[in-house]
Design a protein around this ligand. Structure first.
Ligand code: SF4
Length: 121
């Protein structure tokens, strides 16, 4: 290897290193983006969804399905409750469970929102 060839080799090596660093940084950024949102503090468990939260209000969430605003959400039916919703993360019989619509916050099994989807049998 003469000095010119060595210089070219070193320049190529530096270029490869830069590309590798860029790829690593890009993959780290993607991993950070795909990571689940930070969980609520363990003390006391995940928070309950507040009906007055902007998102809850927009979706018409109520902790008691019988209190749903049927004028605003005419498709609501009395039989529709979070406990019977496809998105309800609690087990059958649980009083509350996490809902992905609200970032995993707890919703009442007797609650309801306009994103209700019948749980598959
Ligand atoms: S998406 Fe389903 S489980 Fe979640 S709040 Fe609405 S009705 Fe309840």
């Amino acid at each position: 290897m003469n000095s010119t060839t060595r210089r070219i080799f070193i320049i190529q090596l530096a270029g490869a290193g830069t590309a590798l660093a860029a790829a690593t940084a890009a993959s780290a950024a993607t991993a950070a983006k795909d990571a689940p949102p930070p969980k609520a503090p363990a003390a006391g468990g995940p928070a309950m969804v507040d009906e007055k939260d902007a998102q809850a209000a927009a979706l018409g969430y109520v902790a008691d399905s019988t209190k749903a605003d049927v004028k605003k959400f005419p498709k609501h039916e009395a039989s529709q409750k979070c406990g019977g919703c496809q998105l309800f993360g609690g087990k059958a019989g649980d009083a509350a469970g996490p809902c992905p619509i609200f970032g995993g916050k707890q919703v009442s099994a007797k609650g309801w929102c306009s994103s209700w989807v019948k749980k598959a049998a």
